[in-house]
Ligand binder design. Structure first.
Ligand code: HEM
Length: 162
């Protein structure tokens, strides 16, 4: 199965010389990473007391943009993965990163729902709930893990090529 994928026309195209294969997918992946991790960081910083002019209730409007960026992450990530599937399925860094992405998305979904429910109350009292702070801590930990494991996967990819 992996051999079939690796020899497919799509895989050969993604690995090829064209700027529209690997380089384009990596560029989209970098933008997606900036939006997913960057927007979540802005939300976390606001909950921690920065940017006080931004109302808590308006933060939930950032989540739809995060979900759209996640779709692009899957499309561009799949294109990158298709260049050497048999290497990635045994790459510890990639497997850790993929697991963290999956669990991180579930966590972010709960984060969004909690904020949707609780932000009017936070706005009125001027204070974030304990639950809110727990999501801040968990999401910083999770998405930092994705960044580190993602970068390490890229370095292991270089090692394979030698
Ligand atoms: C929100 C979700 C995701 C984030 C934040 C993320 C983040 C990253 C980062 C930071 C890198 C390193 C890029 C670089 O070195 O310039 C990377 C590489 C990569 N990611 Fe993702 N990623 C996500 C989702 C996915 C998914 C769903 C897949 C697979 C379907 C995937 C597959 C890959 C692959 C194959 C690489 C290339 C590693 C290499 O260069 O060998 N990613 N990702």
């Amino acid at each position: 199965m992996l051999e079939y994928l690796e020899n497919s026309a799509f895989s050969e195209w993604a690995r090829g010389e064209s700027l529209w294969g690997w380089p384009f997918a990596l560029t989209v992946h970098a933008w997606g990473t900036a939006i997913v991790v960057g927007f979540i960081l802005i939300i976390n910083l606001r909950l921690l007391g920065f940017f006080r002019t931004i109302p808590f209730t308006s933060l939930t409007r950032l989540f739809p943009v995060v979900w759209i960026a996640v779709v692009f992450q899957f499309l561009s990530g799949f294109t990158l993965w298709m260049t050497k599937p048999s290497k990635y399925v045994t790459d510890g860094a990639f497997l850790i990163k993929f697991t963290l992405v999956g669990t991180g998305l579930v966590l972010t979904w709960y984060y969004f729902n909690t904020m949707h429910r609780e932000t009017p109350e936070w706005e009125a009292s001027g204070a974030v709930s304990r639950r809110g702070y727990k999501f801040v801590a968990a999401s910083i930990f999770w998405w930092s893990g994705v960044l580190v494991a993602g970068r390490l996967t890229a370095y292991l990819g270089q090692l394979y090529a030698q």
